[in-house]
Design a protein. Structure first.
Length: 243
């Protein structure tokens, strides 16, 4: 999700297996676990998934800061970091698509043969102050499509000697995506605690709606910035296609 490349010059004297790269590798390792745990019908494990996602989001910032400020930027780190971001984005997007999809969603229907999909599909729409909101498949298509396009476009530009730096709206887009997905994972845990009757009361209902509202609004902003940042990139670098 990050639009924060490790753009410092790699030092040949720095070991590839340093602390920032170890943090990034850990983020890669836990991404499938973060995506899988929400499919376990347990308030504890869904809370663990939320905690791991928050840790992964924070580590995305920490590993880059450590690498730049301590002179630990390496070629391996510059390759692992975007891989970790994209793996986490894809893994969590599939989870959201299944758990928050509206009934009859065509993409989820195609995934019906995958164990656990039918059982858990459609169970966790955001419950916000504005009502109930399901996640349509095209939202995920826009987010992942934009990431795929920009990955290819950056490689295309690099072969022509142009480095596409992250712009402000893209950085805000990444932040909004983290808030959106984090709110969704928190929502999974909160709703499960309520359904297992471990918590109840007006205060908990208000918390459920608050988390759902944060998730719903941050999703809208994230999608808007996803499209707007792509427009800005094309305005700035689109001429590369004609070279």
């Amino acid at each position: 999700m990050s639009e924060r490349p490790r753009d410092a010059t790699p030092s040949p004297a720095v070991s590839d297996w340093n602390l920032p790269n170890a943090i990034t590798a850990t983020r890669i390792a836990i991404a499938p676990l973060i995506a899988f745990l929400p499919f376990v019908d347990s308030p504890t494990w869904r809370a663990v998934a939320f905690g791991l996602y928050v840790a992964a989001a924070i580590s995305d910032y920490v590993d880059g800061v450590l690498a730049r400020t301590r002179g630990l930027v390496t070629d391996l780190g510059k390759s692992l970091d975007p891989l970790a971001d994209k793996l986490l984005l894809v893994a969590t997007s599939v989870t959201l698509l299944v758990l928050q999809s509206p009934p009859g969603d065509p993409v989820v229907a195609l995934m019906g043969s995958v164990p656990g999909v039918v059982t858990h599909a459609h169970l966790f729409p955001f419950i916000s102050f504005f009502g109930t909101w399901y996640l349509p498949w095209w939202v995920i298509a826009v987010v992942l499509g934009r990431e795929a396009f920009m990955t290819v476009f950056r490689s295309f530009a690099h072969r022509r000697g142009v480095v596409i730096a992250a712009i402000g709206p893209a950085k805000w887009k990444a932040a909004m995506q983290y808030i959106w997905v984090g709110a969704a994972f928190c929502h999974f845990a909160v709703i499960t605690f309520a359904r297992h009757q471990l918590v109840q009361g007006q205060g908990w209902a208000w918390l459920t709606q608050l988390v759902g509202t944060i998730g719903e609004l941050s999703m809208i902003v994230a999608v808007a910035l996803t499209l707007w940042s792509l427009v800005l990139y094309m305005r700035r670098y689109g001429a590369l296609f004609t070279q």
